[in-house]
Design a protein around this ligand. Structure first.
Ligand SMILES: Cc1ncc(COP(=O)(O)O)c(C=O)c1O
Length: 367
């Protein structure tokens, strides 16, 4: 009898995968490098043509006065909040309980900057105006993450964003956008990046997530804010002597994919519709508002893993490599649509959904 494969092993053997753009291997960097000439000069500790021009390009894309390239969004955002706190002389900010800063950064904001955070809204909902109005302590900055990744990429409506932004400006509260996945929300809002960015005093956007680059982040805002953020980038060791391998990949994949977000969004809506036809499955959101969504399944993580390994072997289509346990013996996984989805023939998508539905009907819901 053959050995049972792990989820990742089974996924890696599938002919088609429904998520992402491609494998994350050296080919990604090579493809970007080939688009540039060998005599392109390196940047040097944050200065030089390659970094200057890319920062200007991104500032213009976001409709902000200036932008700075960081090695990571984690570094960029802690610095943004630190600057706004220093300007007000108050080390307190507010954000969602499942914000990246709260759950994925080992308390960097508290440990490195002694900044206190107030958690707004129930963890399963997005922040609404009332959550902000009801904050009972003074804060320097409100951070909104759009889309809210840990709850399937949910979004408040645009009117809510405008109302929150107006309220913050009235109350002298700075408002920062965790726009790690900013490109991905533009089709749903039917807005340009500047139309979203203008609601915020500072904006972070990832240079690898939706577009499939290697790593990196852009932080944008007014000249004063960016001047301060460059000082902090130096203090935090973010001023690598050469950032150009990251900038090249950021520029290349921004050009290649930033304009394809409507396609990924429409495909996410289509795929979520397929998943929702399956027994014991509900996507969150029910109708996606970006290129991502979560698939909630009424069986335990262990059971789903067995089902998916067999499903991948039977159909040759991979859905995910990671399942997360949820309360009540249930589980979920994340789908994030990129270039790969349109390469999968429709009959293969329909087949994997049909087989998944059959397998879930066979096991029934978890007691
Ligand atoms: C919503 C959000 N904000 C910030 C970050 C941090 O980005 P980086 O990996 O560049 O540090 C991430 C990364 O996953 C994220 O999902």
């Amino acid at each position: 009898m053959s050995k049972k494969l792990s989820l990742i092993e089974a996924y890696n053997q599938t002919k088609y995968q429904l998520v992402g753009h491609s494998k994350r291997d050296l080919a990604v960097l090579k493809e970007a490098l080939e688009a540039f000439e060998s005599d392109l000069e390196s940047d040097n500790y944050g200065t030089g043509k390659i970094i200057d021009e890319f920062q200007e390009k991104m500032a213009e894309f976001l409709g902000k006065e200036a932008a700075v390239f960081f090695p990571s969004g984690t570094m960029a955002q802690q610095i943004a909040l630190r600057i706004w706190c220093d300007k007000k002389g108050l080390k307190r900010v507010a954000y969602h309980p499942l914000s990246h800063l709260e759950i994925r950064e080992e308390d960097g904001l508290k440990e490195l900057h002694q900044i206190e955070s107030i958690l707004l809204a129930d963890k399963d909902s997005v922040i609404q105006l009332a959550d902000v109005v009801n904050i009972d302590k003074e804060i320097s900055c409100l951070l909104l993450e759009l889309p809210q990744r840990e709850i399937g990429g949910q979004l408040p409506d645009y009117e809510t964003l405008e109302a929150i932004s107006n309220y913050c400006r009235e109350k002298n509260i700075k408002i920062h956008l965790d726009g790690a996945r900013l490109y991905e929300i533009l089709p749903y809002y039917r807005k340009s990046a500047p139309e979203i960015s203008r609601l915020f005093d500072s904006v972070y956007v990832s240079m690898y997530k939706g577009i499939g680059g290697i790593a990196g982040a852009i932080l944008a805002g007014d000249h004063d804010f960016i001047k301060d953020s460059i000082v902090w980038k130096r203090r935090q060791g973010g001023d690598l002597i050469s950032l150009y391998p990251y900038i090249i990949s950021a520029d290349y994949y921004f050009n290649k994919r930033a304009h394809k977000m409507s396609q990924y969004y429409d495909e996410a809506v289509e795929l979520a519709r397929y998943f929702n036809q399956c027994e014991g499955i509900e996507t969150k959101p029910l109708v996606p508002v970006s290129n991502m969504f979560h698939v909630h399944v009424q069986v335990s993580e262990e059971k789903l893993e067995t089902i998916l390994v067999e499903l991948y072997e039977e159909t040759g289509v991979g859905l995910t490599t990671r399942i997360t346990e949820a309360e009540g013996n249930k589980c979920f996984f994340e789908m994030s649509i990129g270039d790969r989805y349109s390469l999968v023939p429709t009959n293969e998508v329909e087949n994997v959904i049909k087989v998944l539905d059959r397998r879930l009907k066979e096991v029934g819901p978890e007691a």
